[in-house]
Write a protein that binds this ligand. Sequence first.
Ligand code: GLA
Ligand code: ZN
Length: 672
Amino acid sequence: MSLTPRFPHFLHGGDYNPDQWLDHPDILERDVLLMEKAHVNAVSVGIFAWATLEPEEGQYNFTWLDEVNSRLKKHGVHMILATPSGARPAWMAEKYPEVLRVNDRFERAHFGGRHNHCPSSPVYRAKVQKIDRALAERYAGDENVILWHISNEFSGDCRCPLCQERFRTWLKDRYGTLDNLNRAWYTGFWSMGYTAWSQIEPPSPRGQMANLSLLLDWRRFSTWQCADFIAMERDTVKAVNPDLPVTANLMESFWDYDYFRLCEELDVVSWDCYPTWTGGDDADLAAYIGMNHDLMRSFRRQPFLLMESTPSLVNWKAVNKLKKPGMHLLSSLQAVAHGSNSVLYFQWRKGRGNAEMFHGAVVSHDGRDDTRVFGDVTEVGKALETLGDGLYASPVQQARVCILYDWSARWATEYSQVGLNGKMDYHGTALAHYRALWKMGIPVDFCDMRESTDLSSYSLVICPQLYLFMNGIEEKLRTFVANGGTLVMTCFSGISDATNLAFLADTPYRLTDVLGVRETELDALSPEECNHAAFTDGEVWRATGLCARPALEGAEVLAIYTDDFYAGLPAVTRNRFGKGEAWYLAARFDDDALLSLYARLSGSLKLPRALETDLPHGVTAHRRGKYVFVENYSGKTVTLSLPGTYEDALKGTDAGDTLTLAPCTVSVLLED
Ligand code: GLA
Ligand code: ZN
């Protein structure tokens, strides 16, 4: 499926900031020659160019952008055109301070930085709409422009009086009456009750931080604010040309907004990916990044774009490491293996000054094209051309496994004062389950708890610490199992409702008959403590962090706890329900345990793998149509036997029976 119908091919390129180089026409001329040489075919332009586009209020200057676009066009480079709302000119901040954000201590920002606008400000919205419309009128009809890039990395929230008022209105729409809100937020606690809407303030370390339902709703409101802002920009540019698709660049494991909800506003999902690869054993990191890619693919159930990645290093981490030889191709094709239809970088050319002057770029301050980085980038460009339209048209392998991952559950879990405060680790728990499947090359989708969620196409649904239940998810899970599905649910699931009020019922809510077990108490273990689960065949799993004490309600006990006052209690259970079965894991088990669990389930459920062969440690595989990506993150040379006849799609040679992969390498196999 094409994300960019005007140019339905893999995109290779990245952020290009010609507005920083207008006093160097020679460099602008050279840029396009170098782009061609690096097999670059798309660049994102204008992301932070507002001050150049509108140097004085109402005085637009598009001449430079016209010239940039026609130069790019001549060299076969397409333009992803940004709206400039991620940073604003000084004149605007000076004249209209309301465009600036108010932080959680209720202090208004001064001019500077970026990503710091108020999303409610009518002045800001009007200014954004005006420049967006002007950009659209000038460029949206141009065939060289293939995608809108709305703003940049939306994040955070504002607590100005305007945003506070919008929050109250949002709450009124949601709850109708103050009585309803007081009940839903359990405000009898600590005299929190509100007697007028005007008393409700956003969470703040100077004010209310103990009302967990307020914290949760504030995150949902922030998501809505951001979605509403994106929709405003999207509708403005689409009013001129409804056919030019819209994206916004997202971030990894992002906390502030519910990305499933946000992506409803976008045509195309894209994200910015900046792992610190070491070139040694990067298996865990690769699984973590793989999960991020699969989340991006899952938000809209379609391919996505890798909008930013570094061609070499970043400059904002504590330790900024270069990519070792091979890593650039491997990490770029990792994204493609998971469903990305692009490899794009931050940035094309290194700036001369300021905060990002030492951030990696395709072209460095020396302007040379004989560098290691330029060579690595060119190699990726060529690889994407070689893999070409056959791969481009191939969707990722259909997943039969789904992990339920939901931002409301995540926020509520992390806000709750329970168990391992600060380390309840919703994301990490989901990742642990994902990692086991990643190691076997089993494709995984993610779903959240929106009403639209449909689990019927899956064989296996995993609920890691699904603390909060909403929108009737318990009914969907019940039906899923009754119809033959296999459910894996862990401890600390089904405890609270949509506003984080505890269910007054057995745990997990309305699923104890499906699981045949009920959770009675949750215990936390210190880092030096552990417990164990022993199976009848002698297998032992190690449990750390969280251990629940369950009571049986008819399930088959597969393993019992061996230690402490838990000894003899069920630790792993399975229950047949309808045509399916439901597994319950009473504790947080380590990686070997989860690997054993999913190896067993993948056998019994005949889950498809990208490559039907044993993968050595640090090696994974992903499939798009007839293309199989075998990726080596082990830091060592590995050999594996191939279960069929393949061509090495990058080299154009027969792949043989065994595949040997050097450290930091990837092989793309084309099935016969
Ligand atoms: C983010 C931003 C870019 C740039 C890079 C640097 O992803 O979107 O503008 O600052 O980080 O890594
Ligand atoms: Zn505001």
